[in-house]
Design a binder for this molecule. Structure first.
Ligand code: SAM
Ligand code: SF4
Length: 356
């Protein structure tokens, strides 16, 4: 297969990173994401099959998208996802395969799904001696795993996520470490009144395990309006609170991951902490390299914009690979210079449907 140079948009963003949401479903109910217990999920027929997803990824890799992150919803709740990931990892030209997860299912025993990543086959029964899902993911080719953990306080976790799953997440993190992912990052959303007391415990937790922790500002992407002054805690404020306790942090502009986090080094320590200031960092979009594919087949050029383009319709109308590639280029041409969260705040955009 011939590989193209990365696609570039009108503003000089070079697109190398595709986030693929495999499901809108989740086993948690985070208050900033999908706070209502009752959810209306996409009907199954509207969700792209693994075959469809794999085909789109192949075309995207041919267009220079080298990095891929599987996300959701909670990606590990979709049956056959490990087999699907195994197939993605075999795509020639893909250099980095990652997964975003709430961590609750990483420690669960997982035999080969037995379905090679197909939707219809029943999952094979897991036995207690089977390797953990984390190990299977590493064996499947996942390099980097991002695990969400907003608090280490069990009651706080329950209040934040609607589920008493903190012990499972901690087991999941241990399972990820044991499995040997080359990169493990912890992500904590900042919520005023909740996060302040958790900043240092989370930093210590990450430091003791050698994991990279990032604090993320709340964004207006939820099933309900979540963002107001009562709950918003800026990355800058969080950083100042950390500095009050630990002393000045040193900006490490030389250190970057695939995303927009800015990293700071703790005093008298090698440990770095990341801050993702989606709402307050005016350079947030400068180096954006991402496109998003939602689980119902919409290609989105920007997380923080309403723009989305229906690729599923084309796929199911029989589009060939060249037409899919042309569709990608059309979407890239429409990528905005920056997100419009600040100017056009509109609740009702579902992070789970967008593919956080
Ligand atoms: N279920 C997985 C998880 O929780 O990591 C993957 C999907 S989740 C939508 C991806 C990331 O988006 C998580 O780190 C989550 O904390 C974050 N997120 C969800 N809603 C958010 C919001 N309103 N503002 C900022 N981050 C949000
Ligand atoms: Fe589920 Fe992740 Fe959304 Fe929480 S943030 S409800 S874990 S998809």
């Amino acid at each position: 297969m011939e590989f193209m140079m990365e696609m570039e948009d009108r503003y000089g963003h070079r697109l190398s990173y595709l986030r693929v949401s495999v499901t809108d479903r989740c086993n948690e109910r985070c208050r900033y994401c999908m706070p209502d217990e009752e959810q209306v999920w996409f009907p199954r027929a509207e969700v792209l099959t693994y075959e469809e997803l794999e085909r789109v990824v192949r075309v995207a890799v041919g267009l220079g998208m080298r990095k891929l992150r599987v996300t959701g919803g909670e990606p590990l709740v979709r049956r056959g996802v490990v087999g699907f990931i195994e197939r993605l990892a075999r795509i020639e030209g893909l250099s980095d395969l990652g997964l975003s997860t709430n961590g609750t299912l990483l420690a669960r025993p997982c035999v080969a799904d037995g379905d090679g990543g197909r939707d219809e086959a029943p999952a094979a029964p897991a036995s207690a001696r089977a390797p953990t899902t984390a190990r299977r993911l590493v064996a499947a080719g996942v390099r980097s795993v991002n695990i969400s953990i907003d608090t280490l306080d069990r009651a706080g976790y329950r209040a934040m996520t609607g589920r008493d799953y903190l012990p499972r997440v901690l087991e999941g993190i241990d399972a990820a470490i044991d499995a040997g992912f080359p990169s493990i990052k912890l992500n904590a959303v900042l919520l005023r009144g909740q996060s302040e007391a958790q900043l240092l415990p989370l930093i210590r937790f990450a430091g003791q395990r050698g994991l990279l922790l990032r604090f993320i500002e709340l964004m207006p992407v939820s099933t309900r309006e979540v963002l107001d002054d009562d709950v918003f805690l800026s990355a800058g404020r969080a950083r100042r609170l950390v500095e009050q306790e630990l002393g000045p942090l040193t900006p490490r502009t030389d250190f970057r991951t695939n995303g927009p986090a800015s990293y700071h080094q703790l005093p008298d320590s090698e440990q770095l902490v990341g801050f993702i200031g989606a709402m307050t960092d005016h350079h947030f979009c400068d180096r954006c390299n991402k496109l998003r594919l939602t689980c119902d087949g919409k290609l989105r050029p920007c997380l923080g914009s309403w723009l989305e383009f229906d690729l599923r319709e084309r796929l199911r109308a029989g589009a060939d690979d060249e037409e899919i590639a042309a569709f990608f280029r059309m979407v890239v041409d429409r990528k905005p210079e920056q997100h419009d969260f600040r100017d056009a705040y509109q609740p009702g955009r579902r992070m789970v449907a967008i593919g956080g």
